[in-house]
Design a protein around this ligand. Structure first.
Ligand SMILES: [Ca+2]
Ligand SMILES: [Ca+2]
Ligand SMILES: [Ca+2]
Length: 464
């Protein structure tokens, strides 16, 4: 879950121009990001040849104004990094890397950049085409069973990869045993229906751990990021804040993020995937159809020409020829509406205000667009299902106290502007009950393991 809203082009440029780190260190950090692109300590891209440097210089000179300007801001006078940012090793039209528009952190682009049929993350030599075929077993570079990892972590990694083709991989940060378990529980319990009997989600290929979403971990813009889905490469990245979060919060943000992977899968095909990779353009007719009955619609706008990039691929700048409406009103108006209520009643009473609860709005982030709305409602649905599974094993007063403690002690500590109880009775929860049924043993297991473990005294009487 991240709180950063969709960025305007100008906002991005402003941030790039006032970096918290010096230009020289920036270049070092940018190079460092190349060594954890696929897996920790992966081979580095081949150094540019003199010819490549000359060609790239020429290309940059001829590039469109906004492309040239952003590239030079991200990598001032660093032609070697210009080459990496613009290189297409296997000449299939998909660039090797994408770059973060904040500080130029390199990200995976072409998922098989040398074009030998082996995904980068499973390719011991990602920059050198070989005759190998996609292995059924994991290579030593990413296999926890061949590294110094606890057996239960290796078992979870193997299960997720062999059954669901989801690879847990460490990049700039390490997994914890709990985080691996939380991922497994979200996949097999929360989304058990989707993943049962070896189900595979084409839009979820990699779950990776990273220190920070941004190259500069001190930047405020990244400080609230727990995790993020990168739809271009079917990757879910989990950051330091998410790695260290208590398990029940991990459960929540993982359900939120994998909710995004499921949203994307509704409109996934090779051609659309290509569109995302090349221009961050994401057509989503099926998803928009799904959320329409709940009040979300889109209105066409003109795409910003300056969001067109050919020379290199920034991570966030998107050609989005539409805006979102909720109950016929633009999301900006909803933002103002929420802010006005906040001003009027204050932080304490904000999310319990009747105007907000009667619309089942779980928090302000959930009104930034249908994607976040849907995923935040899933957290609400999950947490309510966990609580409700305990109704019969607690006394009414115990249950009520547990409910309060869950919201005020566990959830608010991490997400002060998220109140899961507001989703109770929301129409979309009916839909969730059908597609992500969470009853019986799964809900009870999650409640016991993730909730009663932090509030062990909560239901002591009722359980007797
Ligand atoms: Ca390529
Ligand atoms: Ca390869
Ligand atoms: Ca290779």
């Amino acid at each position: 879950m991240q709180s950063r809203r969709v960025l305007g082009f100008l906002g991005v440029l402003a941030m790039v121009m006032s970096p918290g780190v010096q230009a020289q260190d920036l270049g070092e950090l940018q190079r460092e990001s190349l060594s954890n692109l696929f897996f920790r300590g992966n081979p580095l891209p081949p150094q540019p040849t003199d010819e490549e440097l000359a060609i790239t210089r020429r290309q940059v000179r001829r590039a469109r104004r906004w492309e040239r300007r952003l590239l030079k801001q991200l990598y001032p006078d660093d032609v070697e990094l210009w080459v990496y940012a613009t290189r297409d090793t296997d000449s299939d039209g998909v660039l090797d890397f994408r770059v973060s528009d904040y500080y130029g952190r390199f990200l995976e682009g072409d998922t098989d950049l040398d074009g030998d049929g082996l995904d980068n993350v499973l390719d011991a030599e990602p920059y050198k085409a070989s005759d190998a075929t996609q292995p059924m077993r994991l290579p030593a570079s990413v296999d926890w069973a061949q590294q110094d990892k606890p057996g239960e972590m290796a078992a979870i990694q193997r299960e997720l990869f062999e059954k669901h083709r989801i690879l847990l991989v460490e990049r700039s940060a390490e997994f914890t045993p709990q985080l691996a378990q939380s991922v497994l529980d979200v996949v097999t319990r929360v989304y058990g229906e989707i993943f049962e009997k070896g189900g595979i989600l084409a839009t979820l290929r990699i779950v990776a751990t990273e220190e920070s979403s941004l190259l500069d971990p001190e930047d405020e813009a990244g400080a609230s990021d727990f995790a993020q889905v990168l739809p271009a490469t079917q990757t879910l990245e989990i950051y330091r804040r998410g790695i260290d979060a208590v398990a029940v919060i991990q459960l929540g943000f993982l359900a939120h993020e994998i909710g995004h992977n499921i949203q994307f899968s509704l409109d996934y095909d090779r051609q659309r995937q290509d569109e995302i990779l090349r221009r961050n353009y994401f057509a989503a007719p099926h998803f928009f159809e799904l959320v329409r009955p709940y009040g979300w619609s889109i209105v066409e706008t003109r795409a910003d020409k300056r969001a067109e990039f050919e020379l290199f691929r920034p991570q966030y700048i998107a050609q989005q020829p539409y805006e979102y409406l909720y109950l016929e009103e633009p999301v900006e108006d909803w933002e103002d509406w929420l802010a006005a209520i906040y001003e009027e009643v204050g932080e304490e009473k904000y999310l319990t205000d009747e105007r907000i609860t009667e619309l089942h709005i779980v928090g302000d982030y959930s009104l930034s667009g249908p994607w976040e709305w849907y995923s935040d409602q899933i957290i609400s649905y999950l947490y309510i299902a966990m609580l409700d599974s305990l109704v019969d094993s607690c006394s009414p007063s115990e249950w009520s106290a547990l409910r309060q403690a869950f919201q005020h002690e566990a959830v608010e500590a991490e997400w002060p502007y998220f109140r899961f109880e507001n989703g109770r009775g929301a129409e979309v929860h009916q839909h969730f009950r059908q597609v992500y049924p969470l009853v019986g043993e799964d809900a009870a297991y999650l409640a016991r393991t993730y909730l009663l473990s932090i509030f062990p005294e909560a239901c002591s009487q009722g359980q007797h």
